[in-house]
Every structure is written in C-alpha cells, then in structure tokens.
Design a protein around this ligand. Structure first.
Ligand code: ATP
Length: 235
C-alpha cells in the first residue's frame, strides 16, 4: 500500500531522515518506535507532504506521492493525526469533526455516514458535540482529533503519539479504539513512545534511531527482542 525507498530529508545541512525504506501493507497496523528526536514526526510529515524528500521515492497504492502538496496527499487517501492534537479550541466538537470532512464537502450523505461511525466509536463526543473542543479532557480531545482525521476518510491513517500526556486508563482505551479502527478496515501507521501498549496491537513494527530505521519485525519478534525490551519497554 505505502512504500518508501531510500528516502532522505534534510533541515538545512542536518539530515533528519537517512535512507529510509519502509512499507505498509493494506490492513496492517504498523508501529514506529523511537526516542524523542529520532525522526518519527519528520517521517510522518514527509509522507503527508509537509516535508519534501531530497532523495528517494514514496509510493501509495502504486502512485508516486513524494513531493505532492499535503492536500493532494489527503485526497489520495492518507490522513495524518498530528502530535499534540492541534484542534481549534474555541470551535465546537462538531465543528472540529466537520473540518475533517472538508475534502468531501459535497458528499453530504457520505459525511453523515462517516460522522455516525465516528460517534459510534466515541459516543461521548455526541454528548459534547456543542461544547468548545478546548473545554474537553485530554483524552476526549484526542478522540476529536482522531475523529476529525477519520472524517477525511483515510485508507491509511497516520497517528503521531496519540497517547502523549494521557492518564494510563485513558491510554488503554485509546489503544483499544485504534485497534478497532484498524479491524474495521483502516490501515494504520502509529508512532508511539508507549512501546509495550503499541506493540500489543501491532502487526509489525520498525525502530527508528537518529533518522534511520535500525530494526523491523512482527509483533512477537519485537516483543521478544531483548534490545527492544531494554530500550523501549524497560523490562
Ligand atoms: P518527537 O517525538 O520529540 O517529536 P521525533 O522522533 O518525532 O521526536 P522529529 O521531531 O522528527 O523527531 O525530529 C528529528 C530531528 O530533526 C531532531 O533532531 C529535531 O531536532 C530535528 N528537527 C525537527 N524539526 C526540525 C526543523 N523544523 N528544523 C530543524 N531541525 C528539526
């Protein structure tokens, strides 16, 4: 579905991504592990068109998307839910959700169907639909952010650190819904520091260090790998 080959990205003279080759198959839930500053957000921003690669190729469903504008990447079926949620805090929950439907604004019936699915996934958002998004708890704001991304109808959903700053119980529920979104048919690429919880729901995972992918394996391999356990799980 998604294939990156030998991708390099630079900030000035600093090479933030170095020779990245990564693939995501349809239906997978692929986790990207890595410490702060490893380059996970840079990689996501590159796939979503915010950063331009200086080398390498990015293909999605057989079409080259490297270098496309972010809006064109969204239209092609890849939607990113960025770190830090980035909601419009003064706007209501419903207005925030509907921002995600902008690319499909002419398809009112379709948007209603997707909205119903989002509200079924996160029933609390129905109760809070008229409240300003900024008045919600951190976990509920994360639901709005993911819901808004789903309203753009991704075939590949990229989630950057969705558990950041959330309480442990809320984190658990967050991972359960991410797994549900995946099982309902959306392919997921998930960057996480919360390695154990992320690996438990993963099909496969990559480890990123200093702008390079240094390891790749399926869930069992990664959970059983001593290096991964020491560096990212703390066991
Ligand atoms: P975090 O989880 O903290 O966001 P990350 O793994 O997502 O970490 P990136 O944010 O992608 O890492 O950063 C990778 C490297 O690129 C870091 O060394 C960072 O300081 C640097 N970097 C990120 N954005 C820029 C920028 N706009 N200009 C210059 N350097 C940057």
């Amino acid at each position: 579905m998604l294939q990156l080959k030998n991708v390099d990205v630079c900030y000035g003279s600093f090479k933030a991504l170095n020779n990245i080759s990564l693939s995501v198959d349809t239906g997978e839930l692929v986790v990207l592990l890595g410490a702060n500053g490893a380059g996970k957000s840079t990689l996501f921003n590159t796939i979503s068109g915010l950063n331009k690669p200086v080398a390498g190729s990015i293909e999605f469903e057989g079409k080259r998307i490297g270098g496309l504008k972010p809006s064109a990447v969204v239209s092609s079926g890849i939607v990113q839910c960025a770190e830090g949620r980035k909601l419009f805090p003064q706007m209501t929950v419903m207005q925030n959700l509907m921002m995600g439907a902008y690319v499909h604004r002419r398809d009112k019936a379709g948007n209603k169907k997707y909205l119903d699915e989002v509200l079924e996934l996160y029933p609390i958002l129905k109760e809070k639909e008229h409240q300003p998004a900024g008045s919600l708890s951190g976990g509920q704001q994360q639901m709005v952010a993911i819901g808004r991304a789903l309203m753009s109808r991704p075939r590949l959903l990229m989630l950057d650190e969705p558990s950041l700053g959330l309480a442990p119980l809320v984190v658990r529920q967050m991972f359960e819904t991410i797994q549900k979104i995946n099982s309902l048919g959306t392919t997921v690429l998930l960057a996480e520091q919360n390695a154990f919880a992320a690996l438990k729901i993963a099909t496969r995972a990559y480890v990123m260090e200093n702008g390079q992918l240094v390891m790749e394996g399926d869930r069992e391999t990664m959970l059983g790998n001593e290096q991964v356990r020491k560096a990212y799980i703390g066991a």
